[in-house]
Design a protein around this ligand. Structure first.
Ligand code: ZN
Length: 316
């Protein structure tokens, strides 16, 4: 069978203050904090993960917070918008909620027949909440954001590119994406099936400015692959297509390869396994600082450098 990318795995973003980031995503957005760890390549920086109840691939938004980072500038060569699927008829709830928390938003608007609202997170990352068919998805539930309105998964993401020809060629012929529709200056691609479906929008030269990555900028987009075997096939396929990719890197919760797509966006391909329950029970996800074995000997030093997070543990 042909190896196709089956949707998104996670999206990783740069942030500033970790507490502000934690409060916004757990409280206002009502996502579950599923892992508190460090950037494995720079362990003096947190790596914070927010997702559904169990950290299902395709629901996982992660951050590298640098406490004093300045805001980035959105522009070409990056993923500029992160879109989440919410249940039908829940936009009204979110509009009221964002107003309550003084988050300015635009919309409701419509794109490709989907109703959505758009706003910025505390560091300026652009978020869309899109009403979508999500009946059987679990999401998460907090005292204020109940299941019938909660975020279920990524709806998709929007890439801002200078010239999209080579990127589209990669998405179509190597990744197996399907061009769904075009509307105005947006081309919408589809990857994945059923609950793994994600829509990737491509906008060429939206403001002519090159993105400047800092707080609020998407650092990379990780695509799903089911197994380690399939991932090895991806390495071959990507290298044969003329791109340089890393070898497999063990990220503890998944195994990853990285390469830069021709439009400048950093891509990762990550395995579904082993998942976030590898080092703590599902009911305790996110409660303690978890370090991979290579950094465990430096725990004391790491804990001294990181700003402790004030966590409110939401029990279902
Ligand atoms: Zn990643």
């Amino acid at each position: 069978m042909e190896n196709k990318i089956n949707g998104l795995h996670h999206i990783t973003v740069l942030a500033s203050d970790p507490q502000q980031n934690y409060d916004f995503y757990t409280k206002v957005m009502g996502m579950r904090f599923v892992k508190k760890t460090v950037n494995f390549d720079a362990p003096d920086v947190y790596h914070l993960y927010y997702a559904d109840e169990v950290g299902t691939p395709g629901t996982v938004l992660t951050f590298f917070p640098f406490p004093n980072a300045r805001r980035g500038k959105r522009g070409v060569g990056e993923a500029a918008i992160v879109s989440f699927s919410i249940p039908k008829n829940s936009l009204e709830f979110w509009i009221e909620r964002l107003s309550k928390y003084d988050v300015q938003f635009e919309g409701p608007s419509e794109k490709f027949g989907y109703q959505y609202i758009s706003f910025l997170d505390p560091d300026g990352m652009q978020i869309e909440l899109v009403e979508d068919e999500v009946e059987n998805l679990i999401g998460w539930e907090t005292s204020e954001v109940k299941r019938e309105v909660s975020i279920k998964k990524f709806f998709g993401t929007t890439l801002y590119l200078d010239d999209s020809d080579a990127t589209e060629e990669l998405l179509k012929t190597v990744f197996g994406f399907q061009l769904l529709e075009e509307e105005g200056n947006i081309k919408r691609y589809l990857t994945g099936e059923g609950k793994h479906e994600a829509k990737i929008d491509i906008v060429v030269n939206p403001n002519g400015v090159r993105g400047m990555q800092s707080a609020g900028s998407v650092h990379h987009i990780a695509w799903r692959t089911e197994s380690d075997e399939a991932q090895l096939e991806w390495i071959n396929k990507i290298r044969k297509s003329g791109y340089h990719t890393t070898d497999v890197i063990d990220r503890n919760y998944f195994h990853s390869i990285y390469f830069r797509e021709p439009g400048g966006v950093l891509f990762e391909i990550a395995t579904d396994e082993p998942g976030f329950a590898i080092d703590e029970e599902i009911q305790n996800l996110g409660n303690e600082l978890k370090l991979p074995s290579q950094h465990e000997p430096k725990r004391e030093m790491i804990e001294r450098v990181l700003i402790p997070l004030k966590q409110t543990i939401e029990v279902k």
